[in-house]
Write a protein that binds this ligand. Structure first.
Ligand code: DSN
Length: 428
């Protein structure tokens, strides 16, 4: 059991080393990626990886649960405290699984849910037609205005017309603070359940830097744990336990939402929870309560705003004209470029970004007009203002040199040197 991987499986060992080098020498600007701390990473390969624990603390289907109960209870308590919820389920394997569990918890097949259109910044699991769940539930989509911000008049009109069971506020490509108060006002009229998917901004909500949907009457909130929170890959399903029946018709009476969420995660949608992930989430939840995590979250937003202003100064167009969170979305629709070309060009100099649709994108999803750039990962590596300006300059120089392989190779060397000063925290 103790023979090194380089002997037992050299191909995999080499792939790991290559990925370590890629991460160290490259710049990570994918808005949904981040680096876990060494402690969190180490705990994921602890002995909890060996354990089956179907059920919940105190109610399991297997024996030997003294310590799994300890860690899951701690994770739940810490999650509730951090996000000001009455209940937390920490078992969902990731964001997609958590969203599906929530939909199944509170809706019947055919019920209507209102979410943001994928091409306007929503997420695949918010009802994109390519997903299985879009066949089960009646997903209806609201969009954004020409200025890129959510069209609340449309949200209101759709809610009045469709009487949705759930109104979903959340995104994977939207650079503005969500106006939860407006969603809440609309939901009150149609008696809908309010659900927020804060996966991208979990770290900023946890620290109180961005608004918490629970402060605006939301009934449930989901966040993945590996984006701005920089935890292991998983999800938290958080809810209020004291919610009065949000549905108007007696025949629609909904059972306690937290109970339904737990039951939907297990046994409805999932089997044994990944206790090695849950123990790492518990450790990360404690890290998130520290002042250094608060400073990190604050610096990320400072860096993102600065990146936006630098790109604007270089003449780029940004969706919504800027950012309130950790991401900027460049709009190339009026240029010769598109997001796919920009992503490929930046890859050549060692900068990872992700192409993105823009509202009413004239181009197809594999060649969309936008490029999403985020600052959480490089801020974890210690980047502050002066180097954020340098990052904007690298991006601009590379995009100007799209067809100049020599210039791109030179920039690649400069990025490598830059990254040498900002080591990846957990690569040893
Ligand atoms: N893949 C994530 C993102 O990049 O936004 C969402 O699941």
């Amino acid at each position: 059991m103790s023979t090194p991987l380089s002997t037992t499986d050299p191909e995999i060992r080499t792939a790991i080393e290559n990925e370590q080098r890629r991460q160290s020498e490259g710049m990570e600007l994918i808005a949904s990626e981040n680096y876990q701390s060494p402690a969190v990473l180490a705990v994921q390969s602890s002995v909890f990886a060996n354990k089956y624990s179907e059920g919940f603390p105190g109610k399991r289907y297997y024996g030997g649960q003294e310590y799994t109960d300890t860690i899951e209870t701690l994770a739940i308590q810490r999650a509730k405290q951090l996000f000001k919820s009455d209940h937390a389920n920490v078992q969902a394997l990731s964001g997609a699984a958590a969203n599906l569990a929530f939909y199944s918890a509170v809706m019947q097949p055919g019920d209507t849910i209102l979410g943001m259109d994928l091409t306007h910044g929503g997420h695949l699991t918010h009802g994109a037609p390519v997903t299985f769940f879009s066949k089960v539930f009646n997903f209806q989509r609201y969009k954004t205005l020409p200025n890129g911000k959510i069209d609340f008049a449309q949200v209101r009109d759709l809610a009045r017309e469709l009487n949705p069971k759930v109104i979903l506020a959340g995104f994977s490509a939207y650079p503005r603070e969500l106006e939860y108060d407006k969603f809440a006002e609309i939901a009150k009229e149609s008696w809908a359940i309010l659900y927020a998917d804060i996966s991208h901004i979990g770290g900023f909500v946890a620290t109180g830097i961005l608004k918490n949907p629970f402060d605006y009457g939301f009934h449930a909130v989901m966040t993945t744990t590996h984006k701005s929170l920089r935890w292991p890959r998983g999800a938290l399903l958080l809810s209020k336990g004291t919610v009065s029946n949000p549905l108007k018709k007696p025949e629609d009476t909904i059972e306690h939402i937290p109970t339904r969420i737990d039951r939907a995660v297990f046994p409805w949608m999932q089997g044994g929870p990944h206790m090695n992930t849950i123990v790492a989430i518990a450790v990360a939840l404690k890290e998130a309560q520290t002042s250094s995590f608060f400073d990190y979250a604050q610096q990320t937003l400072v860096n993102a705003k600065l990146l936006a202003s630098e790109l604007l100064a270089y003449g780029y167009t940004l969706v919504t004209g800027g950012t309130d969170n950790h991401m900027v979305i460049v709009d190339f629709s009026w240029t010769q470029r598109n997001g796919a070309i920009a992503e490929r060009t930046l890859d050549k100099i060692g900068i990872s970004t992700s192409k993105s649709t823009i509202p009413d994108d004239p181009n197809p999803p594999f060649r969309p007009s936008g490029l999403r750039i985020g600052m959480p990962a490089m801020t974890t590596r210690g980047v502050k203002e002066s180097w954020t300006k340098k990052i904007a300059s690298f991006i601009h120089q590379a995009l100007l040199a799209t067809n100049d392989e020599e210039k791109l190779a030179q920039l690649r060397e400069e990025v490598k040197e830059f990254c040498g000063s900002y080591p990846v925290p957990s690569i040893r």
